[in-house]
Design a protein around this ligand. Sequence first.
Ligand SMILES: Nc1ncnc2c1ncn2[C@@H]1O[C@H](COP(=O)(O)OP(=O)(O)OP(=O)(O)O)[C@@H](O)[C@H]1O
Length: 242
Amino acid sequence: MSFLRIDRAVKQFGGLRAVDEVSFSLQRGEIVGLLGPNGSGKTTVINLVSGALPVTSGEIWLDGRRLTGLRCDRIARAGVARTFQLVRTLPSLSLMENVMITAVFGRSTHWGEKARRVAEDALATVGLAERASAVAGDLTYIDQKRLELARALAAEPEILLLDEWLAGLNPTELAEGVALIRRLHEGGLTILMVEHIIDAVRALCPRVVVMNSGRLIADEATEAALSDPAVVSAYLGGEVDA
Ligand SMILES: Nc1ncnc2c1ncn2[C@@H]1O[C@H](COP(=O)(O)OP(=O)(O)OP(=O)(O)O)[C@@H](O)[C@H]1O
């Protein structure tokens, strides 16, 4: 049985069909890239799965449980966590406070010492353990991204949705970021990642799904997709960072 199943999902914004009858599935433990040119609907798919936006029609299931129609806090409780394309942390709070909040509102409700331990683990995983008492607003860009990932991890998700988490990193940070995502996947996490950095997708994802103008145009092995004429032509004129 599929772990995450998106079944004919549609998202209509007025006259624009940002997601148009999209269906694909992930098996538990899989890591899959979600590709497509700018504006093709990738973030909207992440928003539909995480419950940030309701579907117009179609259904989304996780581990046999219907997510469609649930509020995003319920979806977080069901085991879905995400990062945002534009980092969303709480700048006036410490890193520990930022991360403890999601330990409280994640898959389980952790309080007090337990919430602190979950938060410490998440900060350690992303390499921020030493800075737990720093103020989030003082962090560099890469550390803000790490913090946001720690927030997602402290929710103890079963599936992690990454929205261009690697974007904007320098080559050294990118290599570290790829290694971190690989470790998370090897630890058993199911990951769906929107990503424009094709080398990172190649390094991490054996399989990709590709969108163009709201529609799914490919769902296949990464190398096959990258030479698929439909995918190549969708990207022509679009931006692919190699
Ligand atoms: N809340 C919204 N209201 C209206 N239109 C929206 C909304 N969110 C997204 N759109 C539109 O839906 C389309 C798909 O946007 P989306 O952000 O999902 O694309 P994307 O593939 O993630 O693009 P990018 O790679 O640039 O992040 C775009 O035309 C966008 O302008």
